[in-house]
Design a protein. Structure first.
Length: 196
């Protein structure tokens, strides 16, 4: 399975899912080969974020600030910290759900990722989608939560109501990449993101 996936959620948006413990952030150009390519005035490899247990550590490689304070050494990120890369690429870090070590990155400046997405999820153990404000991805039209969790090299599903993939009449318990997952109000798909 690819360690970079694009998740399309009907009526909600597109999200990048990153499965690696360390991700590189940099300028959106083919030669950069970064996990989070941002269209902005930043270095080809500007910073990295590393997951260590339930903590996330920012490793600055070029001009970086956390909450408007310059940082030049590895720095532990806390919920709601705002990182500034270069002259104005601002990214907020959150760990919204207390029972999950997964984190969400949202670009809060005018910049965007390539491919464009509404947020980036660093998927550690689980990803919670649904109507609650503390879910990793808030899906306001849904009545219940859907949990995606890692089980070895597979992504599994948990939901109170059955979810299906393709033409199967059996509820899906694991996600097949490239096939739509559907339920009463739920519809999403995961696709691999290729590197340029």
């Amino acid at each position: 399975m690819s360690d970079r996936l694009q998740m399309w959620i009907d009526g909600v948006g597109g999200f990048m899912l990153l499965l690696a413990d360390r991700v590189n952030i940099g300028q959106a150009m083919a030669s950069a080969q970064v996990d989070i390519p941002i269209m902005g005035d930043i270095s080809r490899r500007h910073a990295a974020i590393r997951r260590s247990g339930d903590e996330y550590i920012l490793e600055p490689l070029a001009e970086t600030k956390v909450n408007d304070q310059p940082v030049d050494r590895p720095t532990m990120l806390k919920n709601r910290d705002v990182m500034t890369f270069g002259r104005g690429v601002r990214v907020q870090f959150t760990q919204p759900h207390p029972l999950s070590t997964s984190a969400v990155l949202r670009i809060i400046s005018r910049h965007r990722t390539e491919p464009a997405c509404d947020g980036v999820v660093m998927l550690a153990d689980s990803l919670l989608l649904g109507p609650k404000g503390n879910n990793h991805i808030v899906c306001p039209q849904w009545q219940q939560d859907v949990v995606i969790f890692r089980n070895g090299d597979k992504l599994q599903l948990r939901s109170k109501t059955p979810l299906f993939q393709s033409d199967s009449t059996q509820p899906a318990s694991s996600i097949k990449i490239g096939e739509t997952v559907q339920g009463e109000e739920v519809s999403f798909c995961l696709e691999p993101i290729s590197r340029a």
